[in-house]
Design a protein. Structure first.
Length: 104
């Protein structure tokens, strides 16, 4: 699912998350290693707003990536494919998608 505003460039919703080196929590890690734990993973761009209003479910992990600038979000499904993405991280859109897939 594509949120609004649309996130420019790829990968697109439905694509497999490509693997690359990113920084999060002061360390460098491969994306596939970061999302290897079971569940849904929310990847926030460096400048994305805080998500105080989002109450993620038990199997939802939020990661803030320090490497890519921007305010967007990519949500990775348990199968490693992108389930949701948007140009800005808004709690209401994320909550709606998580509820839609039963992760909230």
């Amino acid at each position: 699912m594509e949120g609004t505003p649309r996130r420019p460039g790829g990968p697109r919703a439905g694509d497999r998350l490509p693997d690359r080196l990113v920084r999060t929590d002061g360390r460098s890690v491969r994306l596939h290693e970061l999302v290897a734990r079971p569940g849904v993973h929310i990847l926030l761009d460096r400048d994305a707003g805080r998500l105080e209003d989002l109450a993620p479910g038990r199997f939802v992990t939020v990661h803030r990536l320090a490497s890519p600038p921007g305010c967007g979000v990519i949500v990775v499904r348990p199968d490693g494919h992108i389930g949701f993405r948007a140009g800005t991280a808004e709690a209401c859109q994320l909550a709606a998608w998580l509820a839609l897939v039963g992760a909230r």
